[in-house]
Design a protein around this ligand. Structure first.
Ligand code: NAG
Ligand code: NAG
Ligand code: NAG
Ligand code: NAG
Length: 227
């Protein structure tokens, strides 16, 4: 957490002068902003570091046990870091333009309780520092535009063969600091565009064979100690 906040801070410092002067920050605070949250248009960078602006709902650090109701349907970024949320109901269902969802440092133990249906625009998903124990088959299959998945610092001991099915645009996968004992090459057959895999700090004892050609070097990296 501390590191990510620091990254944001540094990025903020680097760009804030420019952004504040040249664009200003437009506020869209309205009746639809959930109590205690801050709703505004903020600078947002794509995973390729392209500058955008995004309609942002910031509900970080509010001790929430559920996702606020009445989120505006044009919401693009929802920040819910450091709350006590363990499941969602239908709060995210109408948010067709959601591009980033941050549920890091919450109480999820089952990835299916995150309610990741119909999020075809979602680019970045933060689930780090929860208590998720497994990634079942097809649990992320609706996230066809997902480019970054942060699910590090959980308790994951099982990733099913088709857990990453549908993530054909995934570029970065952070699985470090979990409880994985094997790495299965089959996981990555669904992610032909993966560029960065962070899988350190797992008690890995072996790699399952049948690694696809794209990941032919995975075993070599592992035995060289790079992952
Ligand atoms: C959501 O909006 C509806 C209609 O505007 C209102 O009746 C309801 O109280 C709101 N719920 C919350 C939790 O703010
Ligand atoms: C979603 O984004 C598109 C393209 O920017 C826009 O036309 C549409 O109105 C947005 N939908 C909502 C519900 O805001
Ligand atoms: C969330 O998790 C923390 C730490 O595991 C626990 O102390 C707390 O009771 C949980 N809260 C809820 C609402 O589940
Ligand atoms: C997903 O969206 C389609 C239409 O775009 C809708 O028919 C369907 O009910 C939605 N499913 C969920 C789970 O929201």
């Amino acid at each position: 957490m501390a590191r990510r906040r620091l990254d944001c801070l540094l990025l903020g410092q680097a760009f804030s002068g420019l952004i504040l002067v040249s664009l200003g920050l437009s506020f869209v605070q309205s009746n639809e902003c959930p109590q205690l949250c801050v709703c505004e248009i903020r600078p947002w960078f794509t995973p390729q570091s392209t500058y955008r602006e995004a309609i942002t709902v910031d509900c970080n650090d509010l001790r929430l046990t559920r996702i606020p109701a009445n989120l505006s349907s044009d919401t693009q970024v929802i920040l819910l870091q450091s709350n006590y949320i363990g499941r969602t109901n239908d709060e995210l269902e109408q948010l067709y333009n959601l591009t980033e969802l941050d549920l890091s440092q919450n109480n999820f133990s089952n990835i299916r309780d995150v309610g990741l249906n119909n999020m075809s625009q979602l680019t970045t998903l933060h689930l780090e520092e929860n208590q998720i124990t497994e990634m079942p088959d097809y649990s992320l299959q609706d996230l066809s535009n997902l480019q970054e998945l942060y699910i590090n610092h959980n308790q994951i001991n099982t990733i099913s063969a088709n857990a990453l099915f549908g993530l054909h645009n995934l570029l970065r996968l952070h699985l470090n600091s979990n409880k994985l004992t094997t790495i299965n090459g089959q996981w990555f057959e669904s992610t032909p565009n993966l560029e960065i895999l962070m899988i350190g700090e797992n008690p890995v004892v072996g790699i399952m064979t049948s690694i696809s050609s794209h990941w032919a070097t995975l075993e070599a990296w592992f035995w060289l100690g790079w992952i």
